[in-house]
Design a protein around this ligand. Sequence first.
Ligand code: SF4
Length: 366
Amino acid sequence: MDEMDKRTDLIGLSQAELVGFVQQIGEPAYRGRQIFAAVQHRRLRSFDEMSDLPKALRERLRETATASTLTVESRYLSEDGTRRFLMKTHDNFPVETVFIPEERRDTICFSSQSGCPLQCTFCLTAQLGLLRSLTPGEIVEQIIIALNDAYGVGERPPRGTNLVGMGAGEPFLNFDSLLQATRIMADPQGLFIVPHRVTVSTAGVVPRIRELATIPDRPNLAISLAAPTDELRDVLMPINKKWPLEELLGACREFEQTLKAGERFTFEYVMLDGINDSDEQARQLANLLNRHDLHAKVNLIPHNPADPLPYQPSPATRVEMFKGILESKGIHTFVRRPRGRDIFAACGQLAAVTQTVGLGANSQRG
Ligand code: SF4
C-alpha cells in the first residue's frame, strides 16, 4: 500500500460524507461544506490553494486526505479543438478523458475503468484488458481536470457541460462508483452537472440495465449494439454470448417504459465496412427494434480505424443508405460525426496510446 492508498480521496465524497469526514477529525461541519465547495466548485486540486482554510487544518488534511490523485501525463489537441488527456492513477494505471467542444455545449467523455474486461473486436481499449476499475473520485477528477484545462481553474463553462461515459471501460461493471460519481457531480454547490446531462453507454450488462430502471435520479442510457443478429454480435461483442439480443432488448423495453420527460435513451451502432452495414442488416436492425416495440433513436457511428484493428469505416454513402432504410421503417436515426481522430480521441481509439500510436482512453463505442 502506498501513502496515497491510506489517505481519503476527498473528490470521491459527497458533501454529506465530507462533513462527516471533517467532524471525525474534530472540525465543525461548515468546514466540510467549505472544502466540498473548494474541491468541486472552485475545482482546486491542492490544499495549498485553499487559502481560506486555517494553515493548521491544511496541514492535517495533507496528512489524512488528498484533493487530487490523477496526474496528466500527456495532452493532445486535435485540429477540430478536441482535447485528449492521458492521465495516470496514483498506482500507475492509464486513464483517458476527451474534451469535445461543440457549438451549443461542450461534451466530456470520461472513462469508468482503466482498460476494459470486455472484448469488443472493434475497440482498441479491449486490447488492454481490465487493469482496474476507477474510484468515484477518479471519475469526478477527470471532469475537473478537463474543465480546468479548457476554461481555467474554477471558471464557469460558458456553454454548460454534457458528460458521456463512453471512454475506456464498461461503466456497468463499475456501477456503484459510477452512480456515486454522478451523485457528487449533481450537487448544486459543486460541479452541478445533473444526471440528465450525463449519458452512460453499456455493451449490454442486462442486470444493471434493469437496476437503472428502478433508480429515480439516473443518467441517460445508451446501448452499444453493433450488430442486428446474435451470430454477428457474438463475434463483435462477445458479451452477447452471456446476454443475447432477445434478453438485452427485453431489458431495454422494460427500461424504455420507465422513461420520464427529459430522459434520453439511445442505441449506438458502429458502422464497419462490409461487416454490419448492408441493406439487409439495416432491415434486420429495424425489424429487431420494431419487434421489441422500442422507440429509442439509433446513432450510427462511423468506425474510427486504429491499427491493429481489422476493420474499416463504412463509406459515407453506405451510412446514408443504412440510415435511409432505418428511417423508412420508422426508426429515428442520426449519424454521429467523428471527433478528434487525429489524436486518437475518437470513439474506439482509446488505448492509452501516446501520440502516434498509443494506449489511450479512446474506447470505441459502437
Ligand atoms: S467498446 Fe467499450 S465495452 Fe467494448 S471493449 Fe471497448 S471499452 Fe470495453
